[in-house]
Design a protein around this ligand. Sequence first.
Ligand code: DQA
Length: 144
Amino acid sequence: MSQLNIVIINGPNLNLLGKREPEIYGSTTFEDYFKQIKAAYPHIHFDYFQSNVEGELINAIQQFGFSHQGIILNAAAYTHTSVGIGDAVKAVPCRVVEVHISNTFSRESFRHQSYISPNAAGVILGFGLKGYELAVEALIDFKK
Ligand code: DQA
């Protein structure tokens, strides 16, 4: 079986994980979590990209979307507003798993809308950082 290449793309304010509203998002930094996930799946090649800038997220989806088999995308607040990110997800051949750390449906109604879900392979939300691992498992299963 050929190598599975997965990129995790995180959107705005997720660089503050560990410090940001820990009651919602937990107290682990993404850098620490990323080390754990790489150690748990040594046979998978992982890339990681985070930006607070909408266009940079679109560039990353375009860049990785033709070279990688899987994108794990938490577009954070842009999930609920960005037609451009939704279009980028639709434009690339790569499978995109949408992840949210919190259960967006138990929060404000503006978080119930997603421009990504219609073109995602699937959506995982509400399980904390564990959701990224669940997305990896889903991408492994797709590959089989
Ligand atoms: C989030 C949920 C979004 O509504 C919010 O804007 C975020 C994080 C999550 O992972 O739970 O920044 O995507």
